[in-house]
Design a protein around this ligand. Structure first.
Ligand code: 2NE
Length: 270
């Protein structure tokens, strides 16, 4: 399969193949732990994924065969957050989590090894997770002086249930791909050498479906959990569809033609 480079970065790879954008954390030396710069680059790539209408689906993964992502890079964790060259402490991965949830396209985590700590949360917030048999899942925060009480807790609990989510966080154990499948934390498990083929197959099946139906269903599934921000997304999609109607266009035309709009001619659906 020939992936083409969409943009060059320092700490991630950003590739494209037939409607699929692939974002790969490229720090295998550190089990693909992320720095503020890694996250900044992923956020930039996600902006491109949102804007580029040739992209239907986004795949997140990690370089090599050992890790999807081992969370925040502990080497650059300072007082107040993870520190980049500017010296400013940040937790910008939270912005990335929100982007993964709000981009109106499916995002798939292709987990090829450890998905640990903040790296585990990244797969949790993705729409779907395809795991290789060597994938290992878990949170470490309470062991290493951190926690994610946002999506990393509440959304995790929506997926695996309250008892299991508390077990995952309180004990900081590691779980096999099979255990993750049994608790509904991943969608499927495949041998490592079939991981990308299987993920592309899922993407191709998704890409045969109606993009507007997919964006509406993603927003609908988010809205139930995301409060006003979720309703805003769902309603934004409704507005998008309304703008396609003659009824909406009549309002704009009437304004520009300096006349009263005639909305009476439009049907009042039951
Ligand atoms: C991932 C895991 C389980 C892998 O273990 P193993 O035995 O396969 O590899 P090893 O030897 O631990 O790691 C290989 C190299 O990668 C570095 C290690 O330090 C090691 O370096 P050297 O000893 O060869 O020099 N490495 C691995 N993870 C790293 C990390 N996160 N930061 C910096 N270097 C890392 C095992 O490595 C592990 O448990 N890693 C730590 C996972 C962790 O605790 N992550 C941070 C959680 S907190 C977080 O991510 C977070 C949050 O809680 C809330 C918001 C945002 C972020």
């Amino acid at each position: 399969r020939e992936w083409t480079t969409l943009k060059e970065y320092d700490e991630i790879l950003f590739d494209f193949y037939k409607g699929i954008a692939k974002i790969t954390i490229n720090r295998p030396r550190y089990r693909n732990a992320f720095t503020p710069k890694t996250v900044k680059e992923m956020i930039d790539a996600m902006h491109i994924c949102r804007e580029n209408s040739d992209i239907y689906v986004v795949v997140f993964t990690g370089a090599g065969d050992k890790a999807f992502c081992a969370g925040g890079d502990q080497n650059v964790k300072g007082i107040g957050g993870y520190v980049d060259d500017s010296g400013v402490p940040r937790l910008n991965v939270l912005d990335l989590q929100k982007m993964i949830r709000s981009i109106p396209k499916p995002v798939i985590a292709m987990v090829n090894g450890y998905a640990i700590g903040g790296g585990h949360v990244l797969h949790v917030v993705c729409d779907l997770t395809i795991a290789s048999e060597n994938a290992i899942f878990g949170q470490t925060g309470p062991k290493v002086g951190s926690f994610d009480g946002g999506f990393g807790s509440s959304y995790l609990a929506r997926i695996v249930g309250q008892k299991k989510a508390r077990e995952i966080w309180y004990l900081c154990r590691q779980y096999s791909a099979k255990e993750a499948l049994d608790m509904g934390l991943v969608n499927c498990v495949v041998p490592h050498d079939q991981l990308e083929d299987e993920t592309v197959k899922w993407c191709e099946e998704i890409m045969e479906k109606s993009p507007i139906a997919l964006r509406m269903i993603k927003a609908g599934l988010n809205a139930e959990l995301d409060g006003q921000a979720g309703i805003q997304e769902l309603a934004g999609n409704a507005t998008l569809l309304y703008y396609f109607t003659e009824e909406s266009q009549e309002g704009r035309k009437a304004f520009l033609e300096k006349r009263k709009p005639d909305f009476k001619k439009f049907p009042k659906f039951p």
